[in-house]
Design a protein around this ligand. Structure first.
Ligand SMILES: Cc1cc2nc3c(=O)[nH]c(=O)nc-3n(C[C@H](O)[C@H](O)[C@H](O)COP(=O)(O)OP(=O)(O)OC[C@H]3O[C@@H](n4cnc5c(N)ncnc54)[C@H](O)[C@@H]3O)c2cc1C
Ligand code: SF4
Length: 492
């Protein structure tokens, strides 16, 4: 433990951010770094708990008190080794994770929790700067080949792990560049793509091959594809967006959030696209859906210089603080105000959208909404709503972005050709903790299996599935699991 009294002496501090008026002028990241003495103080707040709840709160099982101690003592290489033993991509989670570890931190019972996510980001960035992060090439090749389909965080994590175990890994991606939603969903102001490219380059140096612009299973005989590999991991995400099929849905001006966000990430890299441009510039924008995707649409609309931005959510406004229904150490479903909200947005809860209204040219001119009131069950869950009489109103707008989540993975093409079994929600059915599907030698990991989730869960699933594939290929596995982190000899 770094400093026994650190948690009493120091307050939680986060690095300074560029002010909203300045940061909306571009798409760059805007969160600064701790000065070294502040990083030291923040790590000193860790109490090295007998039962570190942070550790179990993290889907990767990150060994948090140990890396906090190493940071406190300035042992950067040790901190990096500890962190990278459980997390292949701390540079992603250190930037965009909602940090369930912090919600579970014991200090959080009566004080602000340890700033674990920021400490994580600093460890990995310092490790890159000091040259500790090197391509991990296996000493021996097994002679086995694995196809990973989909290059989001689940596919990338599975690829790193399987390559480390000695198998030859090819990653197939239908987009022009690898990364999944890290590349073409999450805006650059949350995760600059140079951070992703740095990791992809490293993976290529390790011997992983990326094959982009290739939609596996589209007009393709999958039995031939399967024959070319000893194992296949499906990691194609949950990509079918939830729609709002109400009158006026066909109007020009009503789009899915992902179509809007993907275009901006492409524009930032000067990558051309063939679809009609979707831009918020000088428009009154309404984002429907109160989650992360919606918030990313808010931040992007403000950067595109929208005239106004509103965000509508059907559910009730969450509480500001934990209540009796979400006690520590559970992840609290409390009101989240993101950096994008700070940049300018009016937020409304309990709003039902009834219709989109257009002008004579078929262009969106307004939205028809009404307020709803929710019936809450004894466990605090909203179960049924009814419209508030007389609350119907029309609100002018020229752009609607639908950000109501994703229902399941794309079934046409790959999954139908493979004749993969689905679960009752339409996700790929794979045995919990085993990741195998109904098709021999085909495994599944990430959002395709668990439904729309988080980057940290995708990495965790990719790692765990890789271990199961390794066991399937060679009978046992040297790869780490959440519960066991063996020493591995690697060529650096
Ligand atoms: C806008 C947005 C913002 C988000 N923000 C956050 C956040 O801040 N923090 C967080 O933790 N999570 C966030 N998430 C969720 C997170 O991005 C996902 O949970 C995570 O990316 C899922 O990883 P995955 O590898 O399972 O799938 P994905 O990242 O979806 O990757 C799947 C990949 O498979 C490819 N693919 C699909 N079909 C085929 C095929 N047949 N052949 C070849 N390739 C194929 C796709 O093109 C895609 O690249 C966000 C999601 C969205 C949409
Ligand atoms: S729960 Fe919080 S204080 Fe305790 S070990 Fe984990 S990070 Fe440190």
């Amino acid at each position: 433990m770094g400093k026994a009294t650190g948690f009493k002496e120091f307050e939680r501090e986060l690095p300074a951010k560029i002010v909203p008026a300045e940061r909306v002028k571009n798409y760059n990241e805007f969160v600064g770094n701790y000065p070294e003495e502040e990083l030291n103080r923040q790590s000193a707040r860790c109490m090295n708990c007998g039962i570190p709840f942070c550790h179990s709160g993290c889907p990767l099982g990150n060994i948090i008190p140990e890396f906090n101690d190493a940071v406190y003592n300035g042992k950067w290489e040790e901190a990096y080794q500890i962190l990278s033993s459980t997390n292949n991509f701390p540079e992603f989670t250190g930037r965009i994770c909602p940090a369930p570890c912090e919600s579970a931190c014991v200090l959080g019972i009566n004080r602000p929790p340890v700033a674990i996510e920021e400490i994580e980001k600093h460890i990995i960035e310092i490790a890159f700067a000091k040259g500790f992060v090197k391509p991990l090439k296996p000493l021996l090749r097994s002679g086995k080949t694995v196809a990973v389909i989909g290059s989001g965080p689940a596919g990338l994590a599975a690829a790193v792990q399987l390559n480390k175990a000695g198998h030859l890994v090819k990653v197939f991606e239908r987009d022009d560049l690898p990364g999944g939603l890290l590349r073409y969903g999450i805006p650059d102001f949350k995760l600059e793509k140079s951070v992703l490219d740095r990791r992809i380059n490293l993976m290529e140096e390790e011997g992983i091959e990326f094959i982009c612009n290739t939609e596996v299973g589209k007009d393709q005989d999958m039995s031939e594809f399967k024959k070319s590999f000893d194992a296949v991991i499906l990691a194609t995400g949950s990509t079918i967006p939830r729609d709002l099929k109400i009158p006026g849905r066909e109007l020009s001006g009503v789009y899915f959030a992902m179509d809007f966000l993907k275009q901006q990430n492409k524009r930032n890299k000067n990558i051309s696209f063939f679809e009609d441009e979707i831009l918020a510039t000088h428009k009154d924008v309404i984002v429907i859906g109160g989650g992360d995707t919606g918030s990313d649409c808010v931040g992007t609309s403000n950067r595109q210089n929208a005239s106004s931005v509103k965000q509508f959510e059907l559910m009730v406004q969450p509480p500001q603080e934990r209540n009796e229904f979400m006690p520590w150490p559970n992840y609290p479903m409390i009101l989240k105000t993101t950096s994008s909200h700070e940049e300018g947005c009016e937020r409304f809860w309990g709003i039902n959208t009834r219709a989109f209204l257009g002008d004579e040219n078929g262009a969106l001119k307004s939205i028809l909404v009404s307020d709803v009131s929710w019936e809450i069950d004894p466990l605090g869950r909203p179960v049924k709503f009814q419209e508030v009489e007389g609350s119907e109103r029309e609100i002018p707008c020229q752009l609607i972005l639908l950000a109501m989540g994703f229902v399941y993975p794309q079934h046409s093409g790959l999954l139908q050709n493979l004749e993969i079994a689905l679960d009752e929600r339409g996700n790929v059915k794979a045995v919990e903790g085993d990741y195998s599907t109904n098709i021999p030698k085909v495994f599944a990991a990430g959002d395709i299996r668990r439904g729309q989730s988080l980057v940290v869960w995708a990495i965790s699933e990719g790692r765990e599935a890789a271990r199961k594939v390794d066991e399937f290929l060679v009978g046992s596995s040297i790869l780490e699991t959440k519960d066991r982190v063996p020493n591995m000899q690697m060529n650096q």
